[in-house]
Design a protein around this ligand. Structure first.
Ligand code: HEC
Length: 201
């Protein structure tokens, strides 16, 4: 009986440890920064949905192809949890920050819905990383379709994505002006770029 109890205790302990290890995996991934393949492509971010949800846009697309069939797209933005903590303290983004923007087609018709829009088909990911040792321009941009496992940085380095984010984003390359909780922090820390105007033109 004693022996049986000892074996049971060990089995329970091992089981518990295994469970913890498998549970903690995706959470660790969300803080591990950008990961690259041996040929320098960005690995599709995993576990970002367990990161910090920043905000959503609706029909804000700057790409005429996104949204499909004239339906405005939803965009959901997530960021690395440790970067979010750093931002709360400093109003700036640390090196190795990963932003993931999900695109979803919207629809109004389905189930019991009568008014308003909700998110339907997944269209892909736009990803932005701050990686100063890898990219002299500090920020780099990537696109992923619905399943693609890795993606090359969009070239040239100062491409359309980079330029628009450099010129018009309120804090460094992030569009904090469209994320109310981040905007509060940026105002408090005084980190909004002086060249960016927050009021509508
Ligand atoms: C004409 C301006 C413009 C261009 C070009 C552009 N973006 Fe953005 N981007 C925005 C705006 C505005 C937002 C905030 C609205 C939103 O969340 O959809 C945004 C948000 C983002 C975000 C969320 C984090 C952040 O910086 O606020 C990512 C990631 C992103 N864009 C990636 C890309 C990629 C990749 C490309 C190129 C394929 C690109 N963008 C091109 C204007 C632009």
């Amino acid at each position: 009986m004693k022996r049986f109890l000892a074996v049971l205790a060990i089995a329970l302990l091992a089981g518990g440890l295994l469970l913890r290890a498998s549970r903690s995996q995706p959470l660790e991934n969300t803080n591990s920064g950008p990961q690259y393949t041996s040929d320098g492509k960005l690995v599709r971010p995993q576990g970002y949905r367990r990161g910090v949800y920043v905000s959503s846009g609706f029909g804000m697309s700057y790409n005429p192809d996104v949204g499909g069939n004239g339906q405005p797209a939803f965009t959901n933005v997530f960021v690395t949890p440790s970067s979010y903590d750093y931002f709360l303290a400093n109003g700036k983004w640390p090196d190795k920050t990963v932003f993931v923007l999900e695109e979803y087609r919207s629809t109004s018709h389905g189930s019991i819905n009568q008014h308003g829009s909700y998110q339907e088909a997944f269209l892909g990911l736009d990803v932005e990383v701050k990686d100063e040792s890898r990219f002299p321009e500090k920020w780099a941009y990537f696109g992923f379709d619905t399943t693609q496992p890795s993606s090359s940085a969009i070239k040239p380095a100062k491409n359309g994505c980079w330029n628009c984010h450099d010129q018009s984003a309120a804090v460094e390359h992030s569009f904090a002006q469209f994320y109310p909780e981040l905007l509060k922090v940026a105002k408090e820390k005084g980190t909004i770029k002086p060249t960016v105007h927050l009021e509508t033109k």
